[in-house]
Design a protein around this ligand. Sequence first.
Ligand code: AP5
Length: 191
Amino acid sequence: MFNVILFGAPGSGKGTQSQKIVEKYQLKHISTGDLLRSEIAGGTTLGLEAKKFMDDGKLVPDEVVIGMIGNLIDKNKDAKGFLFDGFPRTIAQAEALDELLKKSNAEINVVIALEVSEEELVTRLLGRGKISGRSDDANETVIRSRIEEYRKKTAVVADYYQQFDKVKSVQGEGSVEEIFELLSKIIDAVI
Ligand code: AP5
């Protein structure tokens, strides 16, 4: 099993690049943001709870997210591998993910970190907000709050994986194709 984490701040291009990677390498895409938005759309209790945090640009509590991921990994034990997008976002989530993968004798093989300046992140997300209908893209205050959560709680997740020498950083500014080429080179070297 080959498992990769696509890591980066909100708007760094995780979702865009994930689509291309899962197609090329036939991995199962796990995006906690997409999972949470589908819970919201379905009007579930979990979705209603998560929405309060997401609309404020705050992280959803660890136990909610970890529970969702655990179910999904269990259901996809035959997958060739997983691409995690937007997860893990805290050290507790990273530790839980290691434990979940261990049950399938698997591990995270590589963490690819997309590096994008804050100015560019805000520009991209405000731009998408005009068309996406995503409530957390609607205004700059919420966007900045998401970036702040990333700096406070998520950036340290890269340090967690760095201790196992698993992090590769990539310049996330440039064309989507250029960045995809860089990501492919990293994956080809590890897979
Ligand atoms: P989530 O859905 O994960 O959103 P995010 O991390 O804020 O990331 P985005 O989807 O906004 O950005 P992205 O990096 O995927 O970039 P994208 O490719 O879309 O999370 C949303 C919320 O859910 C969180 O705030 C939190 O509340 C909750 N949540 C989710 N996971 C959680 C977890 N594990 N724990 C707790 N809470 C959790 O691109 C963005 C824009 O830029 C697009 O318009 C795109 O077209 C454009 N773009 C992409 N690449 C380029 C490029 N190279 N050049 C120019 N524009 C580009």
